[in-house]
Design a protein around this ligand. Structure first.
Ligand SMILES: NC(=O)c1ccc[n+]([C@@H]2O[C@H](COP(=O)([O-])OP(=O)(O)OC[C@H]3O[C@@H](n4cnc5c(N)ncnc54)[C@H](OP(=O)(O)O)[C@@H]3O)[C@@H](O)[C@H]2O)c1
Length: 482
């Protein structure tokens, strides 16, 4: 993120603000000296309605009851605040409960905006309050989902503002931000600085670190389109023990351009065994976290080598679905394998001597790349982006790669994401150079912990209302030349 000074031009005044939250403590603290503030509390118990202008019952979550307040009080800006959750200290059951509730709350809010508020010229802000050095994975997921409104319903002048506390100085800055006609799509405000995301380009250099082939590698989605390309590459380089996770039965047929012809997973594994490579296949759903943990520990006992490398590729996507056709069910279904998969891997390999932990994310979750229709998939990828940030903060090895679509194999071909990427101005990448990106080592050792890989049609990409470049030449990092 870039650092900018807090000096801003004189704003056009927002006069009436509505804040929606289920955190009564936060709600009470938010005050903008210059503006009228109305407070909407989402609550399940009986609350003192004197303190709040509107109380929404958690049980029926009837956002339409807000319409009267929004109209009568001439609300010109709405701040929607998600609640926070520390995923690392939560049980899987709590995570699931929180996921379901936050998805329901946010999804219904977005539907209400689209169905009832689109003509009211209200500015809508997703206000995330994340304490410093505490990554809130859910806020990242939901704000990414929310950010697709910007592409699909520009009428709302949507933005995301991230803050780390609610003191007067920060709130004054938030107030300036919501008054700024030219505000950035995403802004982070700390007490002394304002940060905006920027893409910078870097030349693609081969990794200087030679591949350590000695340990065992875990790869989720290893029998998928890209997964098998990655798995085959490591086998070819001499790695000889793998744990692969996927849902397909071992008797299922694999089809891949690297294979001579269709073969089953079990015969692929047998053939590798004959060549001296052991593949332990964990067949199951990675979102069944308890089960995955148990099976993983059973397999661990059979390993000949320590686990030194993790690749998380398991995930699903959708065809393009506009927000007004999205459902809570689709959103949670797409988020779960990425979210739980990353979380489970983070947890079960905590004590392993890892040199590498790689998360395959998508360009659709990069700020400014929100085209239409991939909101659920982008939100799912935001969950692993957040986990990468968390690992980076904890000084654990991590590399996050935001890929544009791969040509040849994989879900992008299957779900025809080409239209989405054409609209954004990006090309599919040829997968051949991907190993050049491989950067073992912890974040301290590598500036490559966060990488975007695109090939762009620059004029088109630049013409979009994306966050501008940090340097003169608008480019992404790193460019792969086909
Ligand atoms: N293809 C692209 O252009 C592209 C671009 C950007 C990012 N990515 C990312 O790269 C990764 C691999 O993509 P791909 O194109 O290879 O997709 P793919 O061919 O659809 O493979 C996805 C893999 O994930 C596994 N999987 C899905 N849900 C699972 C679950 N709940 N539990 C366990 N395994 C599960 C699948 O296993 P089963 O089939 O056995 O269920 C499959 O092996 C994905 O995370 C994707 O988001 C891909």
């Amino acid at each position: 993120m870039d650092v900018k000074s807090l000096d801003r031009h004189e704003p056009k005044t927002v006069e009436n603000i509505l804040i929606i939250s289920e955190d009564s403590g936060l709600l009470k603290q938010v005050n903008f000296g210059q503006a009228q503030v109305k407070r909407c509390l989402i609550a399940d118990a009986h609350v003192d309605s004197e303190t709040y202008d509107v109380v929404l019952k958690k049980k029926n979550l009837d956002y339409t009851s807000l319409l009267k307040t929004i109209t009568a009080d001439k609300i010109d800006c709405i701040l929607f605040m998600p609640s926070s959750q520390n995923i690392e200290s939560s049980s899987y059951e709590k995570i699931e409960e929180h996921l379901k509730w936050e998805v329901q709350k946010t999804h219904q809010w977005i539907r209400f905006l689209i169905d009832r508020l689109i003509e009211k010229e209200v500015r809508v802000v997703f206000l995330c309050c994340e304490q410093k050095n505490k990554i809130d994975i859910f806020q990242k997921i939901l704000s990414k989902y929310f950010s697709f409104l910007r592409a699909e319903c520009p009428e709302f002048r949507i933005s995301t503002i991230r803050i780390d506390r609610l003191n007067k100085k920060v709130l004054d800055q938030v107030y300036l931000e919501i008054n700024d006609e030219n505000t950035e799509p995403e802004v982070q405000i700390d007490t002394h600085k304002r940060l905006v995301p920027r893409l910078t380009s870097q030349p693609l250099e081969p990794s200087l670190v030679s591949l350590n082939t000695s340990g065992c590698m875990v790869i989720t989605g290893g029998f998928g389109g890209i997964g098998l390309t990655v798995l085959s590459w490591f086998i070819e380089k001499g790695c000889s023990e793998f744990i692969v996770m996927g849902r397909k039965l071992a008797a299922s047929t694999l089809k891949h351009s690297s294979l001579d012809g269709p073969t089953t997973i079990e015969s692929f594994i047998r053939r590798q065994k004959d060549n001296g490579t052991t593949i332990h296949y964990i067949q199951g759903d990675i979102q069944q976290s308890h089960q995955v943990e148990r099976t993983f520990e059973a397999v661990r006992k059979k390993l000949k080598k320590s686990i030194i490398r993790v690749f998380h590729l398991a995930g699903i996507t959708t065809e393009s679905i506009p927000l007004n056709k999205m459902s809570e069910d689709i959103l949670t279904r797409v988020v779960r394998p990425k979210l739980y998969g990353a979380h489970v891997l983070h947890k079960i390999t905590n004590k392993d001597p890892l040199g590498y932990f790689c998360l395959f994310s998508s360009i659709s979750s990069v700020e400014g790349m929100q085209g239409a229709g991939l909101s659920a998939y982008a939100a799912a990828n935001a969950s692993i982006d957040a986990l990468a940030e968390l690992r980076q903060q904890q000084n654990k090895p991590v590399q996050l790669i935001h890929w544009t679509d791969w040509s040849g194999e994989g879900m992008a071909i299957e779900y025809d994401h080409k239209a989405f990427f054409d609209a954004v101005g990006l090309y599919m990448v040829n997968p051949a150079p991907w190993p050049l990106l491989f950067r073992p080592g912890g974040p301290k050792k590598s500036r490559w912990w966060y990488t975007n890989v695109h090939e762009a049609f620059w004029q088109k990409a630049c013409s979009r209302p994306t966050p501008g470049p940090a340097d003169e030449s608008y480019s992404f990092s790193p460019r792969i030349h086909q």
